[in-house]
Design a protein around this ligand. Structure first.
Ligand code: NOJ
Length: 534
């Protein structure tokens, strides 16, 4: 069987639908309570039917799981809880046979404290060359009892220190947990090693690499206090990064590989610098992901995104949710429909009916925009954010905030596949690693798959129809206050009504798809989106 034509396209990544697989919670193939590669392989037909072009896997490498696998002990292997390297290779090949490409997640800013390099650095002691691969420093204060600088934790809401002192007196830097020591990117061996890791995975058939914490790698070598040396920032968005990514790009180009960077930067111009033609191909759009459900704010985010990408010729990405943020139906069902780590709180009142309605409209909006779209696993089922009992919480963000930040487990709950089976068909014989809420079975794939009105039905149909928009640029259409309307070169129209009163549809020849029923006279109700043929 020949590959579908879209998978052969060299520029597939410019308009792909990319499904994010959080392996630990996707499907459990061996029944031990943890999702795994066997589970993903068994569900490839489901992913093919959903119609996605690529899968982005969160880190699947051996890891003590102190930060959900973002503490990597070995970048060239697979954690035994997930499977083996041979199985990852099979998965990559089988997915390709179904026309689905694979994107792996590389974590270059830090390693696990169990990584061979860090263990060697600990053993070798202060002043050793092994310690030069990291940021080891003596402390301040008369006896070195104070941390070397004042840098804040990169887990928002956490006041926990980013320095840990060893019994031998040295301190080491970790922007995240103490089990994630930061690498020293000024060291040539660090650069060589990562370029080799990239080659390793490209040679195994992966089509792309997601770069974790992409704007944090480079540090001011003097490690100055942030309070006294805020410009240029001592560890965020430093100019040295561009040289690193330019050499990564040559590695990717040798293998037709592509990058997507996790670049959280408020300034669109600084953000776009990472997307220059000889750097990263794409980066996640956090402006859109955190944007409140408000027509003006969404329009500004979309326009700002497109304007920032245009000068560098990079496609935008559209993201509603990922493994770090509140699930979309929950976020949109709250008074504050934006996302901000700093305001995430326990017990926020939520209207899931409203949130689901908006999430359906948002799905049609994001799938109509020019660029690539990321769909986080479970979004296609309309899963809400789950409440995790305190005794079962796993996320270090919760612990490092002293239990005040809810953390990110609520969007990482094992998926429901079959409503009548134990653990909603996740596949486990025993309690999964995170508990599923009591009503989880009602969201199961088997409850939705034959219902065109379900969230799954909507996603499948929208992904199937999406090519009607073509690959032309966005052209806004005149629309009343509170309504977003645009077309693309091929003539399809997307309209989203966020206003209280129903909106008349623009002139069209056919209603292709809508996120909810229209009113009697064919008008578009509030929080509803429609795709039309012009
Ligand atoms: C971003 C990842 O998405 C997040 O899950 C992780 O905790 C941090 N980077 C640190 O690696």
């Amino acid at each position: 069987m020949g590959q579908p034509s879209h998978t052969r396209r060299a520029d597939w990544w410019r308009s792909a639908v990319i499904y994010q697989v959080y392996v630990r919670s996707f499907a459990d193939g061996d029944g031990d309570g943890v999702g795994d590669l066997a589970g993903v392989r068994a569900k490839l037909p489901y992913l093919a039917e959903l119609g996605v072009d690529a899968l982005w896997f969160n880190p699947w490498y051996p890891s003590p799981m102190k930060d959900g696998g973002y503490d990597v002990a070995d970048y060239r292997a697979v954690d035994p809880a997930f499977g083996t390297l041979a199985e990852a290779e099979k998965l990559i090949a089988e997915a390709a046979e179904s026309g689905i490409r694979t994107i792996v997640d590389i974590v270059p800013n830090h390693v696990s404290d169990q990584h061979a390099w860090f263990r060697a650095a600990l053993a070798a002691g202060p002043g050793s060359p092994e310690r030069e691969l990291f940021h080891f420093r003596p402390g301040r204060g008369r006896h070195g009892e104070l941390p070397p600088n004042d840098w804040p934790s990169q887990f928002v809401g956490s006041t926990a220190p980013v320095w840990t002192r060893l019994p031998d007196g040295d301190w080491y830097l970790h922007l995240f947990t103490p089990e994630q020591p930061d690498l020293n990117w000024a060291h040539p061996a660090v650069r060589r090693e990562h370029e080799d890791i990239l080659r390793f995975w490209f040679e195994r058939g992966v089509a792309g690499v997601r770069i974790d914490s992409a704007a944090l790698l480079a540090k001011d070598p003097a490690l100055p206090d942030l309070a006294t040396a805020p410009h240029p920032h001592p560890f965020v968005d430093r100019d040295e990064l561009h040289d690193i990514y330019r050499s990564w790009r040559t590695v990717a180009d040798d293998h037709d590989g592509v990058f997507v960077g996790e670049v959280w930067l408020p300034d669109p111009e600084r953000f776009a610098r990472y997307l220059r033609p000889d750097e990263l191909h794409t980066a996640f759009n956090f402006s859109f992901m955190t944007c409140p459900w408000d027509a003006g704010r969404l329009r500004a985010s979309i326009d700002g995104t497109l304007a920032a990408h245009a000068p560098v010729g990079a496609p935008a990405t559209w993201v509603l949710c990922n493994h770090d943020v509140t699930r979309t139906v929950t976020r949109y069902g709250r008074a504050d429909t934006g996302f901000d780590f700093a305001t995430k709180a326990f017990g926020t009142p939520t209207d899931l009916v409203l949130g689901t309605r908006r999430a359906r409209a948002a799905a049609l909006l994001s799938l109509a925009l020019p660029g690539a779209v990321y769909v986080y696993q479970g979004e296609e089922l309309g899963l809400p954010e789950a409440d995790i009992p305190a005794a079962r919480v796993q996320d270090p963000m919760y612990f490092r905030s002293g239990g005040t930040a809810p953390g990110r487990d609520g969007c990482r709950v094992p998926l429901p596949w079959a409503s009548a089976e134990p653990y909603a068909g996740f596949g486990s014989r025993e309690e999964p690693w995170l508990p599923q809420p009591a009503d989880w079975a009602s969201y199961a794939v088997d409850r939705q798959q034959d219902d065109p009105g379900s969230m799954l039905g909507l996603y499948r149909e929208a992904i199937r129809l999406r090519p009607v928009f073509g690959d032309g640029p966005l052209r806004p259409l005149p629309a009343p206050e509170g309504v977003l309307a645009f077309t693309r070169a091929q003539g399809a129209i997307c309209v989203v009504n966020l206003a209280a009163s129903p909106a008349a549809l623009p002139v069209h020849s056919e209603l292709l798809l809508s996120s909810g029923p229209l009113e009697d006279r064919g008008r578009l109700p509030q929080d509803t989106a429609a795709w039309l043929r012009a």
